[in-house]
Design a protein around this ligand. Structure first.
Ligand SMILES: [Zn+2]
Length: 357
């Protein structure tokens, strides 16, 4: 669909007063829905045209963050940001030289980039990670955490293809984002995990994993006590190379004991069938892996043609498949939060220092 309206920028200070926040709780009770129905309800909101493709630094991204925080609050999670569920991510637009002339890049503050010296119009307001926490139940390991996450940002509005200019990102990574919501909901409603679980819905993954880099600089739980990172990306469609319906693959499977640990407990997860695509290095997990935390991404991306196109729409998502993967992911998070912590295998950190492939 074409763009019909532009939503004004929402101030995070107005969260509670804001009538623009979509809410998936209008039905009598989402307990009465199946997992597949709940996922469809959530994704239909997150990947709707009104979210304008959730590009970092746009009102659509802010609106998505408000929706996600609202859901986590509704499920009864503890906020872990610096403003409720929001962890402010300071970003600025910087002109850099590229092969085709100057182009704009989003950047975090750093030793060489002092935001106080930038013109105010370069600073992006209201960009956040959405962060929550489930305290561990077992005092002997509750000082350890498992981070579970997905990136909620996408690429926004772009060149129209067949008359549609909104890049909805239903699969990338609306699917992973609503999967994390559903896992969080499941964890708080059922037996409390032994280790602490941190929920990290990150922004600006498409801009260079900036939300996750900021989280790593400003963790809400000590990184030394973070024993694993489990990300979910693009699980909206089955992948025949992973075994089809209800099955997923784990990036960098052979690098740590995580994959084997999950498979031994019956998880329908296989090694990434396309290692030549370097997916292990192409999502938020890699930022955690580079600092030594066993970190992987669960996916069933089948290299479909709608990747980063306006046609990555909810209508092409197979919610029964997705619900089956989420079922496996809930179980995987419980295994990681309750069982032995995963370790790197010998040689598993190959390629993690120095240049990215
Ligand atoms: Zn993605």
């Amino acid at each position: 669909m074409r763009i019909e309206l532009v939503i004004p920028a929402l101030s995070l200070a107005l969260v509670s007063a804001c009538a623009e926040i979509p809410d998936a709780s209008n039905d009598l009770s989402d307990d009465m829905l199946t997992r597949a129905e709940r996922l469809e309800q959530l994704l239909s909101i997150l990947a709707s045209d009104s979210m304008q493709g959730r590009k970092t630094g746009t009102p659509g991204s802010t609106k998505a963050a408000l929706f996600l925080a609202n859901e986590l609050e509704r499920y009864g999670l503890d906020p872990a940001g610096d403003n409720g569920f929001f962890q402010n991510v300071p970003l600025a637009r910087i002109q850099v030289d590229g092969p085709n002339g100057p182009r704009e890049r989003l950047m975090l503050p750093s030793a060489s980039l002092d935001f106080d010296e930038l013109p105010v119009e370069n600073i992006i307001e209201n960009e956040v990670n959405v962060v929550a926490l489930i305290p561990g139940s077992d005092p002997s390991v509750s000082n350890e955490a498992v981070v579970i996450g997905a990136h909620y940002d996408h690429v926004g509005i772009g060149p129209p293809i067949e008359g549609d200019s909104i890049y909805n990102g239903a699969d990338d990574d609306g699917s992973g984002t609503v999967a994390i919501l559903e896992i969080a909901r499941d964890l708080v409603r059922n037996e409390q995990p032994r280790r602490t679980v941190v929920i990290l819905l990150s922004t600006a993954e498409e801009m260079g994993l900036l939300g996750t880099h900021w989280y790593i600089e400003n963790p809400v739980f000590p990184l030394e006590q973070t024993v694993a990172d489990f990300q979910i990306e693009m699980i909206g469609r089955p992948d025949s190379l992973a075994g089809g319906f209800g099955r997923g693959w784990l990036t960098g499977f052979e690098r740590t004991t995580m994959g084997e640990q999950l498979v031994n407990r019956g998880s329908p997860i296989v090694p990434d069938p396309r290692p030549d695509q370097n997916f292990f290095f192409r999502s938020d997990n890699i930022a955690f892996a580079r600092i030594g935390i066993p970190a992987h991404t669960l996916s069933s991306y089948n290299l479909h043609d709608d990747y980063h196109r306006p046609s990555d729409e909810v209508q092409y998502v197979d919610f029964d498949h997705m619900a089956a993967i989420v079922e496996a992911a809930v179980e995987a998070v419980r295994i990681l939060a309750n069982g032995p912590k995963p370790n790197w295998v010998e040689g598993g950190m190959e390629g993690l220092t120095g240049n990215t492939p």
